[in-house]
Design a protein around this ligand. Structure first.
Ligand SMILES: O=C(O)CCC(=O)C(=O)O
Length: 336
């Protein structure tokens, strides 16, 4: 599909930074994203930025940095053509330009404060409803010279509706590059039924995002097209850059086509990527295993629930299905 945005959407209507939650909800519904200004206000923003900078620098110094954004470092390309895992591929010495800092829920209590920002949770709830959990919490530092990230949705794994007379791709055979699609549909056809949003991403601008420094590229309205972007079909699709002042968050419906922009400027672009998913899905980061004792102790009940310690209609339990939150210890074992 090579639709120019201007064919389907008047650019003057596109989301702009706003603190008006009604406007933000309407933008998400219509365009698949909104720009929530002051999503993380000062002085919290400054503390988050300082912590992120210190963590990123230390990870780089210790050779723990994960570096993508080079021509051969597309995020998700974890295997080579033979299916072998590409250990060590995501390093500056192998062409990586950007830096990702993973699992921020473990890297400072200040990140838990970000998770408790009410207006952000309100808009995530607008996309996902009453219950949701954290799926991933990372930083993405887009550095000068990076290439654009491939367009993708954040719910490539979500099952899609299918006609009863067509056997769908089994859900366990779906992966980052292989999606189910009805062969009877032309690339430009929107299927009569599409899958709902199963996740929502919050991209917090730690410094100003601009087109030049790699502001997230978005295809407005694509959340309602019912398919994933395909590099062959959609290589020349028009995108816009999410731009806004530091502290603004891009809050997306998980079906929106998007990716990190190329940084063609000379300063870094600092963003937090906070992804939430419905309670029935598997989060990207496994907090129940990976969270440190210190960060577990520091977390409020609400943050613990977001981190997967909450039990949702008996899912996530370690024993008794009526408990609200699981304990951080082994469940009852062999007796008698
Ligand atoms: O860094 C960005 O602007 C977006 C990154 C992104 O879309 C992702 O990592 O899934």
């Amino acid at each position: 599909m090579t639709v120019a945005i201007t064919k389907s959407v008047d650019r003057r209507d596109l989301p702009r930074p706003t603190t008006d939650l009604d406007r933000a909800r309407a933008d998400i519904d219509r365009f698949g994203y909104c720009l929530l200004q002051d999503a993380v206000p000062e002085p919290l923003l400054g503390r988050v930025r300082a912590r992120t900078q210190a963590q990123a620098d230390a990870e780089k110094q210790l050779d723990h940095a994960f570096e993508d954004g080079g021509a051969d470092q597309q995020w998700g390309a974890f295997r080579d053509a033979q299916g072998r895992i590409r250990a060590d591929a995501f390093k500056a010495r192998n062409g990586g330009v950007n830096q990702r800092v993973w699992m921020l829920a473990n890297k400072g209590a200040v990140y838990h404060e970000v998770l408790e920002r009410e207006p952000v949770l309100d808009l995530v709830g607008h996309v996902l409803g009453d219950a949701f959990q954290l799926s991933a919490f990372n930083a993405n530092i887009a550095r000068p010279g990076s290439v654009p990230m491939n367009l993708h949705t954040d719910q490539w794994w979500a099952p899609i509706p299918h006609r009863p007379d067509r056997r769908p791709l089994p859900i366990g055979s779906t992966n980052r590059t292989t999606f189910d699609r009805d062969p009877n549909l032309a690339p430009d056809d929107v299927p009569p039924m599409i899958a709902p949003a199963a996740c929502a991403q919050v991209i917090v601008m730690l410094n100003d995002f601009t087109e030049t420094n790699g502001g997230t590229r978005i295809v407005p309205g694509s959340h309602l097209w019912g398919r994933h972007p395909d590099p062959e079909l959609d290589g020349d699709i028009e995108t816009i850059a999410a731009e806004g002042p530091a502290g603004t968050a891009v809050i997306t419906d998980g079906r929106i086509w998007h990716g990190t922009g190329a940084n063609s400027g000379n300063t870094d672009r600092w963003g937090l990527l906070v992804t939430f998913c419905g309670p029935q899905f598997r989060p990207q980061e496994n907090y129940t295993v990976g969270l440190s004792d210190a960060m577990y102790e520091a977390a409020s009940d609400r943050v613990r629930a977001l981190l997967g310690f909450g039990v949702w209609w008996a899912y996530g339990r370690t024993g008794d299905p009526t408990v609200e939150q699981i304990a951080r210890r082994p469940a009852l074992g062999e007796l008698g």
